[in-house]
Design a protein around this ligand. Structure first.
Ligand SMILES: NC(=O)C1=CN([C@@H]2O[C@H](COP(=O)(O)OP(=O)(O)OC[C@H]3O[C@@H](n4cnc5c(N)ncnc54)[C@H](OP(=O)(O)O)[C@@H]3O)[C@@H](O)[C@H]2O)C=CC1
Ligand SMILES: O=C1O[C@H](COP(=O)(O)O)[C@@H](O)[C@H](O)[C@H]1O
Length: 504
């Protein structure tokens, strides 16, 4: 992530090694992102790619498959000469962590390529594989010396999500990875941090003097974080049914939003300070008792319905979902943060699949005016003052406030002042992975999760995981696909006299 006046520089020469080169992530996001970087002149020179596969393929076959993936998923019109330049520097290699000797061979090939291509030993290992393979691959890379940095060369390990399935497994994965690599070499990806609108949260807060004095419990009534999706479980049944909405979205994506909005100002805009403040605020989320966790949460599962005119089958009838599944496809939580800035401010988080609309936003509700000066509208009937950070699809910032309706008498109505990215900036369409991959190559891990941040996130959701597991089917509520989600999520706020922000 560069600061305003910096012109992005080309990263140092390196070899980009992709484990899981035959997979969906590589085809749909990694190669299209590398293509976009190449088009913007931001790939290193020299540069080479190693595609690691488990079953032998020729270079040509893998290049062809990735070219087809690129054409299908590119976010910009594909210029064939650039695409060929990217893919022609790819070598396909067979290696499987269940066959350790294959990593000795991989080491030999990487050494050969370093000399042949002039990439000088800098290597980035992207683990685009199932989570069970993260540690075994790191172990083999370390065993053959591929993670050893020497003066003047770097070795980096990019780890995809999900990072663990609960606090214990996240701790254990961190401990295993940290046996094979140092923290500064590990880049734990959360694709939300690749979104411009998410990165902008820090700029909004810390590059504008007007927000800081009011960014606290004295002025903020509560904060809502909403990540609603129209997508249903689709063909991801086996992954999703073992995971659920809470694990899939909350300790990672929603907590990235939460931590950026609530962290203390970092001393400097650099990885250590920023990640320390993020981890600290996540660690300050109050740990709930089992009773509190049940009272302060809603979990729902969708029934058949229609989303955008398309029929969606009942969650339990989706492929690879258990017919008696109690996995939640919707989660809403009420959290509090135990520190001086946020004591007493409720944070309401919700996320769900197969809903009527796609909306990702952070809505900050300010306290009402203290006194009813205008007799026409009692203070509790004034429209709410919100600052809304729109992440998707409305990318921008909206202020909701009250204004006088033109006319001879005083009458008041709520209005909106809107900033939309598209009205000011003309960014080339991206996959969201470009900045993240570029930052890995330049060694900037500000947008990646540190071990303590990941563990603090799991620690905060663990009481909900435990309470829900114990409750089984009790408390799981239904909602119709295409709806706004379970009405119990409204009750969660209504108990405090609050309501979810309605779209205007
Ligand atoms: N796809 C996406 O949009 C996203 C994916 N992710 C994460 O990225 C990772 C990859 O996901 P995705 O591409 O969708 O998955 P796919 O199932 O499409 O691909 C998995 C890839 O990993 C390889 N693989 C499977 N098991 C092993 C193993 N034990 N050792 C080495 N390689 C193995 C497969 O090789 P083979 O062909 O030999 O089976 C294949 O290339 C996962 O961790 C996922 O959670 C995260 C965010 C989004
Ligand atoms: O990581 C994931 O995120 C997507 C939602 O991402 P977004 O950028 O579209 O908000 C979600 O659909 C998926 O289930 C989850 O694994």
């Amino acid at each position: 992530m560069t600061v305003a006046s910096n012109i992005p520089r080309k990263p140092e020469p390196c070899c980009f090694v992709i484990f899981g080169a035959t997979g969906d992530l590589t085809h749909r996001l990694i190669i299209p992102a590398l293509y976009n970087l190449a088009e913007s002149g931001l790939l290193p020179e020299p540069f080479c790619i190693v595609g690691v596969v488990r079953k032998q393929m020729s270079d040509q076959d893998l290049r062809q498959s990735l070219m087809e993936g690129l054409k299908r998923h590119a976010t910009r019109p594909v210029k064939i000469d650039i695409a060929e330049k990217v893919l022609n520097c790819l070598t396909c290699i067979e290696a499987d962590p269940s066959d350790p000797s294959s990593f000795d061979a991989l080491n030999g090939v990487c050494e050969g390529l370093a000399t042949k291509t002039g990439t000088c030993g800098n290597r980035l290992f992207y683990l685009a594989v199932p989570p069970t393979a993260f540690a075994p691959i790191a172990e083999q890379l370390a065993r053959v010396g591929l993670l050893r940095e020497t003066s003047g060369t770097w070795r980096r390990l990019v780890v995809e999500k999900p990072f663990g399935t609960d606090l214990a497994s996240a701790r254990s994965l961190n401990a295993r990875l940290l046996k094979f690599a140092n923290e500064h070499q590990i880049y734990r990806i959360d694709h939300y941090l690749g979104k411009e609108t998410v990165q902008n949260i820090l700029v909004l807060r810390f590059a504008n003097g007007m927000f800081e004095p009011i960014w606290n419990r004295n002025h903020i009534d509560h904060i809502q974080i909403t990540v609603e999706e129209k997508l249903s479980v689709g063909h991801r049944g086996s992954f999703y049914d073992a995971t659920g909405a809470l694990r899939d979205m909350v300790p990672n994506h929603l907590f990235q939003l939460l931590s950026l909005v609530t962290m203390e100002p970092p001393t400097r805009f650099e990885a250590h300070s920023v990640r320390s403040q993020k981890a600290e605020v996540l660690a300050a989320i109050q740990t709930q008792t089992p009773e509190e966790a049940l009272r302060n949460s809603v979990r729902g599962q969708y029934h058949a319905g229609q989303v955008g005119g398309e029929a969606v089958v009942d969650y339990r009838s989706a492929p690879n979902v258990k017919p008696d599944s109690t996995t939640e496809t919707y989660a809403a939580l009420k959290l509090t943060i135990d520190n001086w800035r946020w004591a007493g401010v409720p944070f309401y988080l919700r996320t769900g699949k197969a809903l009527g609309l796609k909306r990702t936003e952070v809505a900050i509700k300010f306290k009402q005016a203290p006194f009813a000066m205008f007799r026409c509208t009692p203070v509790d009937q004034l429209s709410h003052n919100y600052l809304v950070i729109g992440i998707e699809p409305a990318e921008g910032i909206t202020m909701q406030f009250n204004t006088k309706v033109p006319g001879p008498s005083i009458s008041i109505d709520g209005v909106e002042m809107k900033f939309r990215y598209k009205d000011y900036f003309h960014a080339a369409p991206s996959t969201g992975y470009e900045t993240l991959i570029y930052d890995c190559m330049t060694g900037d891990n500000i947008l990646f999760q540190r071990a303590d941040g990941v563990e603090a996130g799991w620690q905060a959701v663990q009481p909900f995981l435990d309470a829900w597991k114990k409750a089984g089917a009790d408390g799981l509520v239904g909602y119709e696909a295409g709806s706004e989600g379970p009405r119990e999520a409204d009750d969660l706020l209504a108990r405090d006299g609050n309501q979810w922000r309605e779209l205007t």
